[in-house]
Write a protein that binds this ligand. Structure first.
Ligand SMILES: C[S@@+](CC[C@H](N)C(=O)[O-])C[C@H]1O[C@@H](n2cnc3c(N)ncnc32)[C@H](O)[C@@H]1O
Ligand code: SF4
Length: 397
């Protein structure tokens, strides 16, 4: 690694809340069905101790904080008071721009009521991400969701009114027994609710989930392609611009107000992030030492909440030969372009470590470039490249 190339990227913070009312059969996130009350106060205390240890470990006291994402699990199980206490303690530890910092909280429509959204907004949350998944009752039942269709619609209405700057709806497609029409109806209902952002994921069957042990009947591949093609068109016609494989932002009259998720954008652009909470992952660049480090925290709530135990489970330096793939795995998900100059700044590696592979991808029509002889040339994934993203990524392995 050439340390003169490496620069310090923006710093984000991910906070993991590991509890849900019930475990959904498709979910492989680090989440546990609640057996009793949420131990809010103890957990907030443990999160702050975890954060303080990271700040000291990586000498972060002077680095401004770019964004916060409270994900899960189901963070909306926490009271607004607990979120307020958490956010005030977090923000007091960093320089940040109070008027522009994005603070997202994931909410499950079955765990919120009007007061809670207003309380979250007052606590400093600027963006809600609501896990709707589908607007069809039988699909929600099959997915093991605890909310119903009216609660999902109500949550979107409350999100408009509660005082946050923007909100996202999570929807999934390729659901058990879902037809093309079903999937498009779900999207139309979501579009009518006018979220600022839509995340539209294809259901994947993950190992160690109930769906993996007892697989449901999923749509045929041809139906999945049709859902994608027609879904993308529907979203685009309704003003939702795709900026990442599964992420769409509402563009109103080309206004400058950017509805992209700033936190996720920082991940995808290979920015830095701290990860605090059970099983959370972090990535931190140290330009003085010329290294990029990754952290993983203790996964199980019981161990994480053990006062005598340090929250850090793993601390690794990313090997130089892993960096090109790591950078591309994030960056190539985006529909915007990047330059070799940016690659150098984020990885500390010379352009020559990746240029031959980029040229190969260009030759296969998976990528294009405005000027491949210049470090400022703009590289972009083609439509074909996005369709066959795994094949494209394999070239970088
Ligand atoms: C951290 S998860 C869940 C947030 C929240 N607990 C909820 O379920 O509403 C974020 C999103 O990932 C998506 N997701 C989870 N498991 C998935 C899977 N197996 N396949 C596709 N998308 C999935 C869902 O849309 C979910 O809302
Ligand atoms: S509510 Fe969300 S995080 Fe919890 S089990 Fe279901 S999908 Fe996973």
């Amino acid at each position: 690694m050439n340390t003169t190339l490496l620069t310090t990227p923006p710093l984000s913070l991910y906070i993991h809340i590991p509890w849900c009312v019930e475990k959904c059969p498709y979910c492989d996130f680090n989440s546990h069905a609640l057996k009793s009350q949420v131990p809010e106060q103890d957990y907030v205390k443990a999160l702050i101790a975890d954060l303080d240890a990271d700040i000291a470990r990586f000498d972060l006291s002077e680095r401004p904080l770019h964004s916060v994402f409270i994900g899960g699990g189901t963070p909306s199980l926490f009271s607004a008071e607990a979120i307020e206490s958490l956010l005030s303690q977090v923000l007091s530890r960093f320089k940040h721009n109070a008027s522009s910092i994005e603070i997202t909280l994931e909410a499950n429509p079955g765990t919120v009521e009007a007061d809670k959204f207003i309380g979250f907004a007052k606590a400093g949350v600027t963006r809600l991400s609501i896990g709707v998944q589908s607007f069809e009752s039988d699909k929600l039942v099959k997915l093991g969701r605890i909310h119903n269709v009216s609660q999902a619609k109500l949550a979107a209405k409350l999100a408009h009114e509660c005082g946050v700057k923007s909100f996202n709806l999570d929807l999934m497609h390729g659901l058990p027994n879902q037809s093309l029409d079903n999937a498009l109806e779900d999207l139309k209902t979501a579009i009518n609710l006018q979220p600022d952002h839509l995340s539209w994921y294809q259901l994947t069957i993950e190992p160690n989930t109930a769906f993996h042990s007892r697989p449901p009947k999923l749509p045929q591949d041809e139906v999945l392609w049709d859902i994608q093609d027609q879904g993308f068109k529907l979203l685009s016609d309704a003003g939702y611009q795709q900026y990442e494989i599964s992420a769409f932002r509402l563009v109103k009259n080309n206004e400058a107000d950017d509805k992209q998720c700033q936190h996720n954008l920082n991940y995808w652009r290979f920015g830095d992030y701290l990860g605090i909470g059970c099983g959370a992952h972090g990535k931190i660049t140290d330009i003085k030492k010329g290294i990029i480090q990754r952290t993983v925290k203790v996964k199980h709530p019981k161990g994480y909440l053990e006062p005598s135990r340090a929250p850090l489970d793993q601390l690794n330096t990313v090997a130089s030969d892993e960096l090109p793939f790591e950078y591309m795995m994030n960056q190539l998900r985006l529909f915007s372009n990047f330059t070799l100059a940016h690659y150098q700044q984020r990885t500390g590696l010379a352009a020559s470590t990746v240029l031959p592979t980029l040229l190969q991808a260009q030759h296969k029509k998976l990528m294009t470039c405005s000027d491949s002889r210049s470090n400022e040339g703009e590289w972009q994934v083609t439509q074909l490249g996005h369709r066959y993203l795994n094949d494209l990524l394999e070239i970088f392995l």
